[in-house]
Design a protein around this ligand. Sequence first.
Ligand SMILES: [Mg+2]
Length: 384
Amino acid sequence: MTVKLSTLPPVEIGDTTGFVRLHRRELDLVQPVVASHGEHRSRRILVVEVGTGESRGWGECGAPDDASYTGETADAAAAFLADVSPAALAGRSSLTATMVRSLVNAIDSDACSRHPMAVAALETAVLDAQLRAARTAFESLFGTTPKRAAAAGATLGNVASNTADASSMIDLVVRHALEAVSAGYSRLKLKIGPGLRTTELVRQLRAVVAGDVVLLGDANGSYGNDDVRHVASLGDLGLDIVEQPFAPHDTASHQALVSTGTIRVALDEGVRSAADALDALANHECTDVTLKPARFGYLACLEALDKLADHGAGAWIGGMFDSGVARWANVRLASHPSVTLASDIGASDRYWVHDLSEPVTANAGLVAVPGVRRPGLSGVPLDA
Ligand SMILES: [Mg+2]
């Protein structure tokens, strides 16, 4: 049954019955992750919990521990949320997720641009609380029938190697790729960029991975504007999609790459909202759309997906090394029929020794969607 967002009943955060709480948890990684300033063996997760008279809702903040992604860190997000959310939400007798951004903006007019992931987490927690109070599944908000399962991509990037030997590093990535393919994943995502032996890596991967497995290279904006031909040549070697090849706002290079027609192009850091992503598509800066609910919020992503059906472009849901709290929400968003490519929703045990929530499990590269009978959006922390 389809439910309109505008008809979802508001919730109340009463002075005595309601609350906004922040939770920090440290999760151990199955494999170490290389970041710009060293190797991580765990990741700190930030989750917002909203308690109302009728329900509790959860929203995970995707901001990483360091500022290398978009500048927003988990510590800054937590400090911001601790400061702003009580004043924005407490004592509201009639609160909806669609009100959250304007309530936050009324306190800090710059909040949505400085702390997009913190604001998105707060909005998600309120939306989750609304859905649970109304015993309604998030998928009911789709204007269309959800898929019963969502295709998951496996991320190979950020694989740490104890050796400085580049050949060994490539061997390791190839081995992980073969393991992921044998587990049924149909899309592999790897980190690419100058100095990462990308040409050799793509060549070796494509030599052992079947042509129908999508290879996606995430460059995190590391190529310069004189690298257009080089990035295009990766398409000839078998890289299907490149994510954020050039610096954010290097419109000309992205358009030049799209015009070569040799490789599909998506943006990540270069778009600040779901609406931006659709604008970039119309402006021929990309051929496909990555929707990151951790940055854009689920409501904006949903709106964009409803519009995408008219564009004929591919789309997938981008992740942020999420715990099951956000991973489950992303699985549900990825069940929208306009999500045509595998999303960053791989099984929890690829990332975490113990997930924060019930783990996400994949079978032959597909994750079963919780289904219309399960109210809410986010995964629930097991220690809640
Ligand atoms: Mg990316």
